[in-house]
Design a protein around this ligand. Structure first.
Ligand code: ADP
Ligand code: ADP
Ligand code: SF4
Ligand code: SF4
Length: 589
């Protein structure tokens, strides 16, 4: 079965030399009609039945607008929705089970939101034809677990609630105080309980417009949980939250399932997804072109398969490499030469005071920085970057520092290529940087795009790339995972590790994603204190000591998966959790 997808946002028939694809297509040249021009809309259309799949148009199109894939015949009957001719195609849907949290794992642009719109009854799937009613959908899903669900959906017996992905848009549509918003949502009489659990007491009388990203996220999760629905969907509940807040939110969401509700969650932080889900669907394909929901898997197996990049039961490799986590014993600590010694630093803002212990940094190492929100991590990194003056202590070094701030601005006038080639044009051509950084982060596809038109995730990847391309001794990266999907997080983690190791450089990385921290760090700096009041930063310490100290303050224990070596959060109160807490081993058992 052949699927041809054209990204009409990228297609520009005037700039490619007037429908280049139509002119180069061998079928057309022989008098056939694999590509025709829709004169009315001034766009090319690929007729899948006539296309031979030679791929010439794919390579010739200067804007990478065309995707042609051959998919197994049997998928055809699993086709759920297609956004028009040559539009994105979605195959299969996730299951929905009462009393379970179903996790969805996959990159952005792969059809997760489309699937949820269908399950929430907002979009009647066209079954890849011209269907426009639920009866045919019910028929198409006969014998499938979703048949019954769609029947109820048709009869309006399902009430869905959705926690949207982009919480920063909420203030544009919702006005008023947090208390009023949550009171209105409180259909289950759980206001006090939920407010306490998510620690929202202190912001109840704030206007929605004044909330930070993390506060908005917690309020949005609370509002969804308070509603009385049958089907709950949480789209990226962990964005902007620190680890403690992520796990609190996860516990609250899990409780919905324990009460018998159906819950679906998309999450890119693998430790959180693991903790949250009962079963998992891996979604694979090509972002923007097509997406396929795998059969449901157990959470452990599903995440391991995802890290392997290979689905054994469907015999599909969706990533050319697997991700493995190194054991403590295999990690180097302080192996290289000392790069620099930095002094103790204090920053006093009046209402907030940070005290950071001095320490040493080594060449070739990555030091992770962990701690709650509002504890001074960004302030510390800014002092090292020379952006913020310490109140006490002085950063006096001759080091070249490259800094990626937490909040990145898109105020550059010009394209991605212009921005990056101004930093180092030769590295853009080097095969080392192409393999280790540019291709894995999908940067060449963005070269022609104006920087000020990039989405959050695209801008983040460009900012990380810009930071890593600069010639420096010390790289400071503040929350590189923000706005990135799970696949991109893995790619960024690998890039940071490989570049520091191979170039013998040093990086400090502020991060909340536990798997990323575990994957990239040789040592850790741990921040403790009272968020918004005072913070204390340790000197860099070994992973075991650092993680134990950090996780003890969060109150959660982790074990290692025997197959992939990835850290897994123990369920609270489980035998392992209790044993590990007794021994003070929060990590690496
Ligand atoms: P995800 O939630 O995994 O990021 P989406 O379901 O939002 O993915 O989108 C999958 C693809 O479908 C996107 O690449 C987008 O281009 C396409 N798409 C989404 N909505 C529409 C629409 N209304 N019309 C045409 N294409 C769409
Ligand atoms: P983190 O990175 O750990 O989330 P930050 O370093 O961003 O923490 O902030 C720590 C505290 O310092 C916060 O309470 C924040 O409001 C405060 N703060 C940060 N910058 C300033 C500033 N320029 N003036 C006053 N207070 C600030
Ligand atoms: Fe030109 Fe590419 Fe559009 Fe074809 S798909 S008309 S080659 S821009
Ligand atoms: Fe024509 Fe080949 Fe493109 Fe198919 S893949 S439309 S046959 S150029």
């Amino acid at each position: 079965m052949r699927v041809a997808v054209i990204d009409y946002d990228k297609c520009n028939p005037d700039k490619c030399g007037h429908f280049l694809c139509e002119r180069v297509c061998p079928v057309n040249r022989m008098g056939g009609e694999a590509i025709i021009v829709d004169e009315e809309n001034y766009k090319p259309i690929i007729q899948e039945a006539s296309c031979t799949g030679c791929g010439i148009c794919v390579h010739k199109c200067p804007f990478n607008a065309i995707t042609i894939v051959n998919l197994p015949e049997q998928l055809e009957e699993d086709c759920v929705h297609r956004y028009g001719i040559n539009g994105f195609v979605l195959y299969r849907l996730p299951v929905i089970k009462e009393g379970m949290v179903v996790g969805i794992l996959g990159p952005n642009g792969i059809g997760k939101t489309t699937a949820v719109k269908i399950l929430a009854g907002q979009l009647i799937p066209n079954l890849c034809g011209d269907n426009d009613n639920w009866d045919n959908v019910i028929k198409a899903f006969r014998g499938n677990e979703l048949q019954n669900y769609f029947e109820k959906l048709k009869n309006k017996e399902i009430k869905p609630v959705v926690k949207p992905q982009y919480v920063d848009l909420i203030p544009k549509v919702v006005k008023g105080k947090v208390r009023d918003l949550l009171k209105r949502a409180d259909e289950r009489g759980l206001f006090d309980k939920v407010v306490k659990e998510l620690e929202l007491e202190s912001i109840l009388d704030r206007e929605i417009q004044q909330l930070s990203g993390g506060e908005l996220q917690s309020v949005a999760i609370a509002a969804a949980v308070l509603r009385d629905a049958d089907f709950y969907f949480f789209d990226e509940p962990s964005s902007y939250l620190d680890i403690r807040q992520r796990l609190k939110a996860a516990r609250l969401i899990r409780r919905l399932a324990e009460e018998g509700k159906s819950v679906l969650a998309v999450e890119h932080d693998l430790a959180v997804l693991d903790y949250l889900s009962d079963i998992i669907h891996v979604v694979y394909g090509k972002p923007g072109a097509y997406g396929i929901f795998s059969m449901p898997k157990g959470t452990r197996v599903g995440i391991n398969i995802f890290l392997d990049g290979y689905l054994p039961d469907e015999n599909v490799r969706f990533r050319p490499y697997e991700i493995r986590f190194t054991k403590l014993s295999e990690r180097k600590s302080q192996a290289g030469d000392v790069l620099v010694e930095y002094p103790s630093l204090v920053k006093d803002y009046g209402s907030f005071r940070l005290e950071a212990e001095g320490g040493e940094l080594y060449r070739g190492e990555v030091v992770g920085i962990v701690g709650p929100n509002g504890i001074g991590k960004t302030t510390f990194v800014k002092m090292l970057a020379g952006v913020e003056e310490p109140t006490e202590g002085k950063v006096e070094w001759e080091l070249k520092v490259s800094y990626k701030p937490q909040y990145i601005k898109a105020d550059y006038e010009g394209t991605v290529f212009e921005l990056l080639s101004k930093i180092d044009a030769s590295k853009l051509m080097s095969s080392f940087y192409k393999t280790e950084l540019l291709n894995p982060l999908g940067i060449p596809e963005l070269y022609d795009r104006p920087v000020n038109e990039l989405s959050g995730g695209e801008l983040q990847r460009v900012a990380i790339t810009a930071c890593l391309l600069r010639d420096a001794d010390l790289y400071l990266l503040d929350e590189p995972s923000a706005y990135l999907d799970v696949e991109q997080r893995l790619a960024v983690s690998r890039a940071i590790r490989h570049l520091m190791e191979k170039n013998e450089k040093t990086a400090l990385v502020v991060e909340h994603d536990v798997l990323m921290i575990d994957y990239i760090s040789d040592r850790l700096i741990v921040f403790e204190g009272e968020p918004g009041k005072f913070g204390k930063a340790t000197k860099p310490m070994g992973m075991r000591e650092g993680m134990n100290r950090f996780l003890a303050s969060v109150g959660i224990t982790f074990r290692r998966d025997p197959d992939t070596g990835r850290p897994r959060a123990n369920k609270e109160g489980s035998v392992k959790d209790r044993e590990q807490k007794e021994r003070g081993e929060y990590y690496y058992v």
